[in-house]
Design a protein around this ligand. Structure first.
Ligand SMILES: Cc1cc2nc3c(=O)[nH]c(=O)nc-3n(C[C@H](O)[C@H](O)[C@H](O)COP(=O)(O)O)c2cc1C
Length: 199
């Protein structure tokens, strides 16, 4: 069936699903902004409930003066390796509708689900282009909201993404080097129920 270095699918899927992985070793080099925009374009075409498109993104490149500000948006566990990426993206979801007819805003129940789909499109497009896009829930959401001026009532800072080319794992500090391997998955038998469900 479909295989990469140490990943193997039981059914014939496109290799990109195995090739995408969340590496941490980045070379500390700039990346072309247009490459990043191509990844956002892929995210833009994701599906969402009612085509509501509740995903938003804020980003910077390592060549920009505000690079350190975005690095500081990340938690201590993510900063040491993500600071060597070429770009950092903050993934934001919209929590409620903005009616134009004077009616009350309604909660968007699927805001995280929809935005997660856009995240997956982004990371797969990155993988197709030979980039690593590593999602991170380890962010300082309060700080992001305050510094980017995000309304708490309307938006949620969901995650960040570190984007860049893959560097040799030897470039990582010892703390992270041992974890620089492609992870495995639960078997289908554990997550799949035909006409039933088992908790
Ligand atoms: C929503 C989300 C949040 C994540 N948060 C972090 C994080 O804060 N730090 C980290 O090192 N990896 C984080 N990851 C990466 C996961 O650990 C990784 O996707 C998972 O172990 C599967 O590995 P793979 O992406 O290499 O296939 C996150 C992934 C997702 C989808």
């Amino acid at each position: 069936m479909t295989e990469t270095n140490n990943r193997s699918a039981d059914f014939p899927i496109d290799p990109i699903f195995l090739e995408r992985w969340s590496a941490r070793s980045f070379p500390g080099e700039p990346m072309p902004e247009d490459d990043l925009l191509t990844m956002f374009e892929a995210a833009r075409w994701s599906h969402s409930s009612g085509n509501g498109q509740p995903w938003r993104f804020s980003y910077t490149l390592r060549t920009e003066p505000n690079w350190q500000q975005y690095v500081d948006f990340l938690t201590e566990g993510n900063q040491p390796w993500a600071q060597h990426a070429g770009a950092l993206v903050i993934v934001i979801s919209k929590l409620r509708t903005s009616p134009t007819d004077g009616s009350e805003p309604k909660p968007i129940r699927t805001h995280s689900l929809d935005t997660g789909a856009a995240l997956q499109s982004f990371t797969l497009q990155a993988a197709l282009m030979g980039y690593v896009a590593h999602p991170m829930a380890g962010i300082h959401a309060d700080r992001i909201r305050a510094e980017l001026g995000i309304s708490e009532a309307d938006y949620m800072a969901e995650a960040a993404i570190a984007v860049g080319r893959l560097a040799p794992r030897e470039m990582l500090s010892e703390r992270f080097r041992g974890r620089e391997v492609q992870s495995q998955r639960k078997p289908l038998s554990e997550i799949l129920f035909k006409g039933s469900f088992k908790s």
